[in-house]
Design a protein around this ligand. Structure first.
Ligand code: ARG
Length: 266
């Protein structure tokens, strides 16, 4: 999550002067907790990513006692675009600080990738993980229905959660963070990521969110994590140019476009 320290260049040049510090408190996100957001999970492989942060490499969200929704690209090699296996894949549930042992690590016994997922164009970036042990009694998050449009109106208050990069420079957060990012209109987002560019915005299956002035965003390591509107899952962290740039909002998988597919995998 691009939180405290990530500022758009225009604010960063204020440097150590008073105004920058004041801005930081306004543009930045805050610490969050799995006690308040019990559906937030870390998708992890200690074998592949080491144990210092419980092996976390993506975010995910519990939608039923045995199913976690996350991003498809978490299971692809960024460089080759080929399917990557994630040995010892786990969902870490109920752990705010990835350096701790709180909560539990649950084995993932199946990974479903949306059949329409397109690595190159980032289309239908959604996956469903099946847990080996049901999390009976743990609160889950509700999802928007297929075709819903209202939660995607420009300016809608949304919040994104994750353990990702806080500065866009590889500073992965050990603790869960969240930040409010208003929904950005399709028009503005298409201008930021035009058709014909290397990664065009596709409003049918994506939605953008971010502050107009930049400074608030998801970032590397937040992928697959939830974009939440009024307590419901509306998006998944998918991609973006840089992090928290005023000119480039974060791009999310539009849940309402893939909800039927996801339900078929539950
Ligand atoms: N692809 C990134 C990940 O794997 C997420 C990038 C989101 N970027 C953004 N600026 N919102 O973690």
């Amino acid at each position: 999550m691009a939180l405290l320290a990530t500022l758009p260049a225009s604010l960063a040049v204020l440097g150590a002067a008073g105004p920058a510090a004041a801005q930081r408190r306004i543009v930045g996100g805050t610490a969050s907790s799995t006690s308040d957001h019990p559906w937030m999970v870390a998708v992890a492989s200690r074998q592949q990513f080491g144990s210092s942060r419980s092996g976390q490499f993506c975010g995910g969200v519990l939608v039923s006692a045995t199913k976690v929704v996350t991003a498809a690209h978490c299971f692809y090699d960024e460089r080759t675009g080929h399917r990557a296996d994630r040995p010892g894949l786990q969902a870490v549930i109920g752990r705010d600080d990835l350096r701790d042992r709180d909560g539990r690590e649950v084995t993932v016994r199946n990974v479903w990738i949306d059949p329409g997922y397109d690595f190159t164009r980032n289309l239908r970036d959604v996956a469903v993980l099946t847990l080996a042990e049901p999390q009976a009694g743990r609160p889950v998050i509700g999802m928007v229905a297929q075709g819903e449009t209202e939660p995607y109106a420009a300016g809608t208050e949304a919040r994104v959660y994750g353990w990702g990069d806080t500065r866009g420079n590889g500073s992965y957060s050990p603790t869960l963070r969240s930040v409010e990012v208003p929904v950005v209109s399709d028009e503005v987002c298409s201008r930021a990521y035009p058709a014909g560019g290397d990664s065009p915005y596709d409003a049918r299956v994506m939605v953008c969110a971010g502050a107009e002035q930049g400074g608030r965003d998801a970032c590397q390591g937040d992928s697959g994590g939830p974009l939440v509107v009024a307590g419901r899952l509306v998006g998944l962290v998918s991609w973006g140019t840089g992090c928290a740039e005023a000119t480039h909002p974060g791009v999310y998988t539009r849940l309402a476009a893939v909800a039927d597919d996801v339900r078929s995998a539950l």
